[in-house]
Ligand binder design. Sequence first.
Ligand code: PLP
Length: 388
Amino acid sequence: MTDFKDRYATSLMNTFGPPKLTLVRGEGAHVWDDQGKAYLDLLGGIAVNALGHAHPALVDAVTTQMRTLGHISNFFTSPTQVELAERLVEVLDAGPAKVFFTNSGTEANEAAFKLTRRTGRTQVVVAEGGFHGRTMGALALTSKQAYRTPFEPLPGEVTFVPFGDVQALAAAVSEETAAVLLEPIQGEAGVVMAPEGYLAAARQIADQHGALLWLDEVQTGVGRTGAWFAHHESGVRPDIVTVAKGLGGGFPIGACIGVGAAGELLEPGNHGTTFGGNPVACAAGLAVMNLIEAEGLRQRATELGQRLRAALAAEPRVVEVRGAGLLIGLDLADDKSAEVTAAALAAGFIINNPTPRRIRLAPPLILTDADADSFLAAWPGILDEAGL
Ligand code: PLP
């Protein structure tokens, strides 16, 4: 039996709804389904496939490492683990910092959440509309009620404030606050940008009360926005940064980075993981970071992102376009993002609808001009097809 969608329904838990496609192969920014139909992947596994699909450098790095030394426990270290940690600290450019490796974004945030408890304080102030993951700790830090309600009570003393509202943040942070947690750009909310000066104000407010500033760059980090980290634009120095998604280019890896004193808060026995920092995952991370540097992909993300945003904004049925680099969000004139996403898929383009009116694009950083142009040429027809 080759109908994988039917077999999926029988054998996999129904947490994601029915899969839209069964994908069997990928190359560059393209993927193919089990019917042989090609798609341009403008979502990149949700901001993950920075180098696209089956990039030879990533494939080589992972297979070579697997052939050499695949897994060790955290009783030991490996060259790729140390080198990737050093490289992350270097590009973070915030002075001395220390890394805890994980397998995912939610785990990076769990590590950071535990780290904040080592301050002796328990309150975390978080922005509404933020998304930090689905494990119980990260879920406690995520405001969306539909995700939270079935699992309450959730851990922690978490206070939510409107994203971008400096006064609300100032009013919520006190001497009880262990950390202020923000995304520089809220990805899951549909690419909502922090207003100018917001991160700097958050830094100041956290400092006034001796709280840590924790930036979740799981979606925005590692070149996606054109900078190594989205917060670099603001000049702010955070205490904690969490990353995942694009770091492994498709191989699961995440990291919690503690800057300065925050990097010393977790002590032996406080936290652990079997797979986090695995030599193969770290080889993937190094390959991704090396390729981004060697091929100027941050610059590429900035330039292509600007071009895409300008072209998308020229369409009258699009009322707003936001983003940085190749993390792009747009608001449609009507609540038709599901129809638009379906019409795009039928036309051979993978895009995403994080809210009823918003479309998100997070394509591979290696997207070619020709790929981008093929989408822009099809876009008005996709909107027609969706009835917009
Ligand atoms: N934090 C942010 C900002 C995210 O966008 C996501 C995932 O979308 C997560 C955390 C959770 O990451 P993961 O799905 O790898 O657990």
